[in-house]
Design a protein around this ligand. Structure first.
Ligand code: PMP
Length: 361
């Protein structure tokens, strides 16, 4: 009996359950479950990655200098204040590990991304979940939950899985209300899709704040979920910590090449944005028209509301029988809802006709 003891609390963590990508007995499936881009990556990415294949024996450039420079130019920010990561999820972990530990509290909103409590628990800190109001993060409730032990507030804007967002004024009110020394970690995985006139990226707020980090990803609009690249815009004091905490070569060489190529193809990114701007309202309206209300979304997915948990499960089963995989969100505490990614035109039409048949049955 020599089994080692893990750190206290680790076995209490509910391991992240990724969505399925196959259905037994179905050769072909439509997977509109993980908020991936229906347009895929820019064709220029595979060309660029091929160019890196003769350098597989070399370590990547650890600080991802070229990628950070390209991001700085694309987003109008300082390269020295960018940290890259193995997907933006790794960034959440780096932040949690760097700023919170046993005895500390980290706040996140009730229907926030499931990776937050996992990252918080791995760090050994206590996750403090703040109830939402009408599927929106509640700034007053978040501020009321802050204690002297609070170290970080994680907030996604727009949020997954609700698709809801907070306007700039609310984010600034949150920031203004936080005591000194609390890190505000704004997760903007879906920012590139947001079209609401009062949505503003936290990059502006972060420019002049010494306690705001904004994280972004190449997994969504850039269509690079497989290669795992995320990044964050941080104050210098946070960069000074992250460069010490990160693994030496956390973003692999092919991923750096892929991300640079994706960033350079503006036309492809614009096409992905335009596709979403066209289809998000179309799918939302089509579902509403058949009696499935949809939470207004600023992401590349919708949260569809069913009568109750049984109705949502039955709709999911019906979709699966038609070879369509969407994301049940019971694990988020939303058993009466299904989260559906905006797909290609054909995928969206297939979704609408399957749900129409479900409602008629
Ligand atoms: N934040 C949010 C809100 C997300 O929905 C996701 C992906 N589902 C991530 C972060 C992490 O994405 P990635 O690690 O692929 O960058």
């Amino acid at each position: 009996m020599n089994a080692p003891f893990p750190r206290p609390g680790l076995l209490d963590i509910a391991a992240y359950q990724p969505g399925e990508s196959t259905i037994p007995g179905k050769d072909r499936v439509i997977k509109i479950a993980s908020n991936e881009s229906p347009l895929g990556a820019s064709p220029k990415v595979s060309e660029a990655v091929k160019g890196g294949l003769n350098k597989l024996h070399l370590y990547p450039e650890g600080p991802a200098t070229q990628l950070r420079q390209a991001l700085a130019t694309a987003y109008g920010i300082e390269a020295e204040r960018i940290q890259c990561s193995n997907g933006s999820e790794e960034m959440l972990h780096m932040l949690a590990r760097s700023y919170a530990g046993p005895g500390d509290e980290v706040i996140y909103s009730q229907y926030g991304f499931l990776a937050y409590p996992i990252a918080i628990q791995i760090a050994g800190a206590t996750a403090v979940v703040v109830p939402e109001k009408n599927l929106h993060a509640d700034i007053d409730a978040i501020l009321a939950a802050v204690t002297p032990k609070t170290k970080i507030v994680f907030l996604a804007n727009p949020n997954n899985p609700t698709g809801t967002y907070l306007p700039d004024a609310e984010i600034r009110r949150l920031h203004a209300g936080l005591p000194k020394g609390v890190l505000l970690a704004l997760d903007e995985a879906y920012a590139e899709y947001a079209t609401a006139p009062d949505y503003t990226s936290g990059l502006e707020l972060a420019r002049s704040a010494d306690n705001v980090v904004v994280s972004r990803t190449f997994s969504k609009i850039y269509g690079l979920a497989a290669v795992r690249v995320g990044w964050s815009y941080c104050p210098q004091n946070v960069i000074d910590v992250l460069i010490r905490v990160r693994c030496s070569f956390n973003v692999n060489a092919l991923a750096q090449i892929a991300a640079c190529a994706a960033l350079a193809d503006n036309a492809h990114t614009e096409a992905a944005r335009a596709h979403n701007t066209l289809w998000l309202p179309k799918v939302s309206a089509a579902l509403a028209a058949i009696g499935i209300p949809v939470v207004p979304s600023q992401g590349n997915f919708i949260l569809a509301e069913f009568k109750d948990a049984a109705d949502a499960r039955a709709a999911d089963a019906h979709l699966r029988s038609d070879g369509i995989i969407i994301r049940p969100v019971a694990g988020y505490g939303l058993p009466g809802y299904l989260r559906i990614t905006i797909g290609t035109a054909e995928e969206n039409e297939a979704l609408i006709s399957s749900l129409t048949a479900y409602k008629k049955a």
